[in-house]
Ligand binder design. Structure first.
Ligand SMILES: O=P(O)(O)OC[C@H]1O[C@@H](O)[C@H](O)[C@@H](O)[C@@H]1O
Length: 406
């Protein structure tokens, strides 16, 4: 039987500081199961960080050791009944067990140790689609699909989180990739309106403004807004808006990139489509300009290329995982493709020697031509990521269909 059932939940103190939730079978009244959760709640939303039916096999996700439960008003689990009970959450099917009216959206913010704040949001509590955004550098450190698979790559050796996201480099005088990724951002509670609809989405708005100290390094006044949105289908959207708020009448220029590290099964099995025949500046050859030849891009050594004036859709095909990442971008004409391969991986202190095999960095960017804003002007750059199952094997997938989003 696979009928939908709302099961009453009791929360009790578990071991190791974890919450323990007891679900009681309502039919027949005999079955009882204990499940261990790491949850926290904010306002009326509860967030599940991981779940296990056995305490010993429960492995916390990274960076969550110090999360504490603030309040829990209600947790609703939908499970099967009879012989199916308890169904692991990830096997519950959307159609049979989860009426759309009960899909929850929301986000929360909680303080953790080590002075990093984080915000967590979910688009669908039962499907474990959640993400974690560090206010330090506005890093999105986790993005999961409905099966709980992590879609982003985070190095196990990451110690400063310098590896993720914002590039706000003035090409030269600033630190590598600029300063936006090493500043503490704030939650923007009252952002100016966005033209796009916000219904049926979980979102959070972050903002970065310069302090007096920052102005000594980059003497310009700006508001840098980032909206992170999780769509109901699990798509991850990042929209950045940068405004020149200078009172001195001076313009400023910047370059930009969403420094996204995708998790891949095996870099040797991965193809990038959509950049064929496009010009690129090769970072490994003094930014000399070449034209990409032939078919899709594959990887067999270090790659560090800035593709210029690319199409707005790029696809990363992961043969082994049977998954395709589709990147759609707007306001970001360029795309950086980077994999450090073995030698560079060994030279990077916060990157494992073999981790290059499981990551690919594809960045939606505006690098070749810096963006210039006069006082009062605003720039907008948007990246939308989706992960779709693909039954790809060589020659079977029509790249044009992926790139045209059909
Ligand atoms: O280690 P970082 O500073 O995050 O940079 C990683 C890589 O980022 C890419 O954007 C650059 O093209 C590479 O040259 C660089 O090595």
């Amino acid at each position: 039987m696979a009928t939908s059932e709302r099961v009453p939940v009791e929360l009790c103190k578990g071991v190791n500081g974890l919450e323990k939730v007891v679900l009681r079978e309502v039919r027949g009244g005999s079955a009882e199961v204990s499940a261990y959760l790491d949850v926290f709640a904010f306002d009326s939303c509860a967030f599940l960080m991981w779940w296990s039916t056995e305490i010993d096999s429960a492995k916390p996700l990274p960076f969550q050791e110090n999360l504490s439960v603030l309040a829990i008003r209600e947790i609703i689990f939908h499970v099967g009944s009879g012989d199916d009970f308890p169904l692991p959450m990830r096997t519950i099917s959307r159609d049979s067990c989860y009426p759309s009216s009960e899909i929850h959206f929301g986000f929360g913010a909680v303080k953790r140790g080590g002075n990093l704040d984080l915000a967590v949001m979910h688009a669908n509590f039962a499907f474990l689609v959640c993400k974690v955004i560090y206010l330090y550098g506005a890093h999105v450190t986790s993005w999961k699909n409905e099966h709980g698979d992590e879609l982003l790559f985070v190095s196990a050796k990451t110690f400063t989180l310098r590896k993720f996201k914002m590039q706000f480099s003035n090409q030269g005088s600033l630190e590598q990739h600029g300063f936006a990724r090493t500043k503490f951002w704030s939650i923007d509670t009252d952002p100016p309106p966005f033209p796009t609809s916000t219904s049926n989405k979980a979102l959070i708005d972050l903002i970065l403004k310069p302090t007096e100290e920052d102005m000594k390094i980059w003497p310009h006044s700006y508001e840098f807004r980032l909206r992170v949105t999780l769509g109901p289908g699990g798509d991850l959207m990042l929209t950045s808006r940068i405004r020149n708020t200078s009172a001195d009448g001076k313009p400023f220029s910047f370059t930009f990139a969403y420094h996204t590290y995708f998790s891949v099964s095996d870099i040797s099995e991965v193809r990038v489509e959509g950049l064929e025949t496009i010009d690129y500046l090769d970072n490994l050859q003094n930014k000399e300009r070449f034209t990409e030849q032939g078919d899709a891009i594959t990887f067999e050594s270090e790659v560090d290329k800035i593709y210029v004036s690319t199409p707005t859709k790029i696809a990363i095909l992961d043969h082994e995982k049977k998954r395709t990442f589709v990147i759609r971008k707007d306001g970001l004409p360029d795309a950086v493709v980077w994999n450090p391969w073995d030698k560079k991986s060994k030279a990077m202190a916060d990157f494992g020697d073999d981790e290059y095999k499981h990551m690919l960095c594809v960045e939606s960017a505006a690098v070749e031509n810096p963006i210039t804003l006069r006082p009062g002007e605003e720039w907008k750059g948007r990246q939308e990521l989706s992960a779709v199952p693909s039954s790809y094997c060589s020659g079977q997938l029509d790249p044009q269909r992926v790139l045209q989003g059909s």
